[in-house]
Design a protein around this ligand. Sequence first.
Ligand code: F6R
Length: 612
Amino acid sequence: MCGIVGYIGNKEAYPILIKGLKRLEYRGYDSAGIALIDGNMTIFKKAGKVNDLETIVDPDKIAATIGIGHTRWATHGEPNDRNAHPHLSNSGDLAIIHNGIIENYSSIKEELTKRGYKFHSDTDTEVLVNLIEEVQKTEKTTLDNAVRIALNEVVGAYAIVILNLKNPDQLVAARKGSPLVIGIGDDEFYIASDASPIIEYTKNVVYLDDQEYAVINRDGNYSIRTLGNVEKSHEIQKLEFSLELIEKGGFEHFMLKEIYEQPKAIEDSLRGRMSASQGWIKLGGLNEYINRIDNADRFIITACGTSWHSSLIGEYLIEDLARIPVEVEYASEFRYRNPIIKETDVVIAISQSGETADTLAAIDLAKDRQALIYGICNVIGSSIARASHAGSYTHAGPEIGVASTKAFSTQISIITLIALQIAVVKGTIPTSKFREILYELENISSKIEETLALDAQIKEIAAIYKDATNFLYLGRGYNFPVALEGALKLKEISYIHAEGYPAAEMKHGPIALIDENMPVVFLATNKSAYDKIVSNVQEVKARKGRIIAVVHKGDTQIRALADHIIEVPETEEILSPLITIVPLQLLAYHIAIMRGCNVDQPRNLAKSVTVE
Ligand code: F6R
């Protein structure tokens, strides 16, 4: 939540900051602002998007080579101009941008108010910058030392960057619980919440760890220390993705591009990790702890949102193939409900961003109880990846559309490999079946391509139902989590109320909702429960519900009952979510576009949920 960006060097800072904010806008778009020093401290900030901010700035009048920028997902205080970042300290010397939440801000504010400080916003961030100023004054110390002392008094999460009018040749940055990466150019530095604003200028980066702060100087030097004042030296890492990957590449929206990227993303996630012809799977992270994993009493998979849906598919896969009991937990519930976690448990944490606060907290809890943590993340170097004992990256490439698509399918690919690898070691599936699934997995991308070719037909269906006010999504077995995910996609980007249910659960309540106005999307590709699904379709038909059914090519029974059928290629049932999710993503996308919604930046949402 919230994107932050900073620049110090010889170039003009403003265009770099604006471009960076546009790349980070997926993290929040309630307001945007920048602060620059060009003799004076100049701040521009405005409720709304980065485009709105641009309307109040005349770039020709700015020549600063140091600055910071922020795009906000509101936590404390309404999303208005006043609460937009950057925030100034009372003296006007310090400007701060912040991603996170200062939990004890109100007691600090009270104390500062007693000392005469005035506040001009409702934010916790303005309290923090004034605390830093107060420490600097009372301790008569440098800004970076004041930051260190102040942050030791603060409870909460933050990534901050501070600009100091008294020292226009330096930026000070710090993090705890919210990501921060420093890009190292030639005598210039970039700071950002993720690498997307940096990649255009340099591939060399350093990731700040929790409870560390950095002092970045215009003369080309930087230093990193812990909040305990211990000097750190981090290895410079090379960014692996290219600029192309974070641009739209001819697609109208990132979401559509990312839906279409799924065949390639899945291939990338599988590359070098399996061979069907040679009959092996090698997941580096898994091998390291293979004994502990194979002998686990239980797996707990924890995640949020879409990643929780892929976790549910993970439960089906691991129990089905590897015969190890699995529990799937919403990270936000798991961390607060005093769960039973044993040393012999393996906790898999799934997260696209690798920064989701609830998932991170769930990991901390499980680590305290000595469980082995296996992270499945997309963002390389992310907090969850680093907090895990072992793990696998999904290698989906940057996912920028707020609605998760290719992250979901690559998470499923990885968890399929995990389930299969354990199954083959434990001997819970015959080798012949193992090989068959591997061959099918190798071939899955071409079947997804075939499914993507149904786009025009799905668009026609979208046009018919774009004005619906409710949708039901029903599926059984492996298609039940897909129904949940299809409903989430629709509601988050089109604002149509949608619910996913196990198809057979419908008769225990939701069936009351069905009438001629209710579109019901059936996922009916399961061979194992086909007849049961047909009965469920009939139940909806009898109540005049409008049926959109995703079926296997050549299906005849459901064709005769449904209003619309979407015929997808047949695959192994355990792999079917990789295919059946595609029409649901496209349906949600087209409906949202037809309703005039901003699919890449749906209201109230942010890509990376770094607050509880
Ligand atoms: C939905 C969506 C969210 C995320 C959730 C977890 O399209 O994107 O539900 O899946 O916020 O995020 P990660 O996977 O980054 O932990």
